[in-house]
Design a protein around this ligand. Structure first.
Ligand code: G6Q
Length: 546
């Protein structure tokens, strides 16, 4: 098989050779050789200090990675995205989440039409609704004030809203309850409503397509629950259900007045939609002004990505470093470690953003790739992870590049907590990079037999993102956009369509065939493999079906 375009790039070949040299170089040597490395290999932009000095790179590595970005046409691709080109080739769609946070008055064209006015019209409609609901002017069917908001959605219509709500809980309206139902497992819904009064509860049905099995099943269950609680008054739906969707027809069919529908567009991918109307629950929680501040944060990072030279461009540098470990060191995963309790759902959110975007086996031309694409992202907030899986990062046999995320200020200044938290960030990155030598371990009085166990090789790479401010709506927007554009950078190098998700579509179709086979009164002719047939039969027996 002929090598792919990526493998024939001059920078790729140079990086391969360069790797042979670098794999034996220790971060201790790199820091010893260059006393200023820690300051030199750091960039500051949009209030984020990005220290990438503890990576297994030299200036030559960086030069080659930047050359690779040039050869891959990253600059043109960025321009193409912002210009509204249909870079989501397999779905023939533009990719314009950047338009969702463009300021009023900006112009971003889609098929020759400026979409920014539409974006702001929806934002204004959301804000008007949010003000009415938060202020108590919008009441439920019985006239009671709405105190509970439940977002029903899954995947891109859930993970962003959940993450943003948790992240910005500090700014949320504390006398309201916000919950999120995604799983088709009835437990998710049952637990979300068990202590709620239907008369005070609003459901947001968030679904781009409004056909997703899980979401529609939960939406129907929600309607039944509501009507049972409100003594079957069908008109109640109007005051207790709103929709976020691109599919007005299906919304109307469900019985939601399209006047209470908040739209978005097919040029917004599900996992890139938390700043569209899909963020309605976020806006209801934190209010329109905070939501706009979040969008401004996104936009600031967009502008940085679009205009900053690549050697000082945060998302570009992060993306290229990820390529370095994934494709040359063979690292399979990236750990994301936020030292900020409010970001507890951030790794889960990033898993979708990164893995659904770049978990691809063919290039955008449909040619099989002959290199590794999208690494596995995972993580937990610090310091909790330190007491569990960090062991493997420090002393295991796998190379796991880490992103440490920390904030200069805390929203909850209690005693020495924040100093202790940050001390842990710095200590971890230091220990990972420099480890502990035999000499150091012995000098601690360790008996010889124990030395190998207490030895730390070090040379474990990490990025540190230190944000000047606390976690605010704006800093959250910047962080999310940073990762979005890092994903874009990586996808461009790998030449994959980071905006389709055929693997997810498959899952949506598969279960549909089996549902009637489980629910039918008598067994239908099963034509799966013998394992699936046997499982279906066994389950039917368990539930007492014929
Ligand atoms: C995201 C994916 C996927 C999607 C969900 C929900 O990029 O396409 O996670 O968001 O499957 O889809 P709907 O919003 O159409 O219900």
């Amino acid at each position: 098989m002929a090598a792919s375009a990526l493998r024939t790039r001059p920078a790729w070949a140079s990086l391969k050779n360069h790797y042979q040299k670098m794999r034996r170089v220790h971060l201790r040597q790199l820091f010893d050789k260059d006393r200023e490395r820690g300051e030199r290999m750091a960039v500051e932009a949009t209030g984020i200090y990005f220290d990438y000095s503890k990576n297994r790179i030299t200036d030559e590595t960086l030069g080659l990675l930047l050359q690779l970005a040039g050869e891959a046409g990253l600059r043109d691709r960025i321009d193409a995205m912002f210009r509204g080109d249909k870079i989501n080739v397999s779905e023939k769609r533009a990719v314009l989440h950047v338009a969702l946070r463009a300021p009023r008055g900006a112009s971003i064209l889609h098929d020759g039409q400026n979409v920014v006015p539409e974006v702001h019209a929806v934002l204004d409609k959301m804000a008007a609704f949010a003000d009415r609901l938060r202020g108590g002017a919008w009441t439920g069917h019985t006239g009671k004030r709405i105190r509970n908001v439940i977002n029903i959605g899954i995947g891109g219509s859930d993970l962003g809203p959940v993450m943003a709500y948790e992240a910005l809980r500090h700014y949320s309206k504390r006398d309201m309850t916000f919950r999120f139902v995604s799983n088709v497992d009835g437990t998710d819904f049952a637990e979300a409503v068990h202590d709620l009064d239907p008369a005070e509860t609003l459901f947001i049905v968030s679904s781009k397509t409004f056909t997703t099995l899980e979401t529609m099943t939960n939406a129907h269950t929600a309607r039944d629950w509501l009507l049972a609680g409100l003594k079957g008054e069908a008109a109640a739906t109007a005051k207790h259900f709103v929709a976020v969707s691109t599919n007005a027809e299906e919304v109307a069919k469900f019985g939601i007045d399209t006047a209470n529908m908040f739209g978005f567009w097919d040029w917004v991918g599900g996992r890139y939609s938390m700043d569209s109307a899909i963020g309605l629950s976020t806006m209801l929680a934190i209010g329109p002004d905070n939501f706009r501040a979040m969008l401004d944060g996104f936009h600031e990072m967009d502008e940085h990505f679009r205009t900053a030279p690549f050697e000082r461009n945060l998302p570009v540098l992060m993306g290229l470093l990820s390529i370095w470990y994934n494709d040359f060191f063979g690292a399979q995963t990236v750990a994301v470690l936020p030292y900020e309790q409010y970001l507890k759902r951030f790794p889960a959110y990033l898993q979708q953003l990164t893995m659904e975007s770049n978990g691809k086996h063919v290039t955008w031309d449909g040619v099989a790739v002959d290199y590794d694409t999208g690494p596995i992202y995972w993580g937990e907030p610090g310091t909790n992870g330190q007491h569990s899986f960090y062991q493997l990062i420090h002393q295991g046999t796998r190379l796991i590049p880490c992103d440490f995320i920390a904030f200069g200020r805390t929203l909850n200044p209690l005693g020495h907590h924040h100093d202790m938290l940050l001390a842990n960030v710095f200590a971890q990155t230091e220990a990972l990079a420099f480890g502990k030598t035999v000499r150091q371990v012995k000098a601690e009085g360790t008996p010889d037999w124990l030395v190998p166990h207490r030895l730390f090789e070090g040379n474990r790479p990490s990025n540190t993102l230190l944000l000047d401010d606390a976690l605010t709506p704006a800093t959250l927007g910047k962080l999310v956009a940073l990762y979005e554009h890092s994903v874009f950078t990586q996808g461009t190098i790998w030449q994959v369509d980071s905006f389709d998700q055929w693997g997810v579509e498959l899952g949506k179709a598969l279960a549909q065939r089996i549902i009637p086979e489980l629910e039918g009164a008598s067994e239908t002719k099963l034509e799966h493999d013998s394992s699936t047939n046997a499982l279906i039969r066994r389950y039917r027996k368990l539930k007492g079906a014929g």
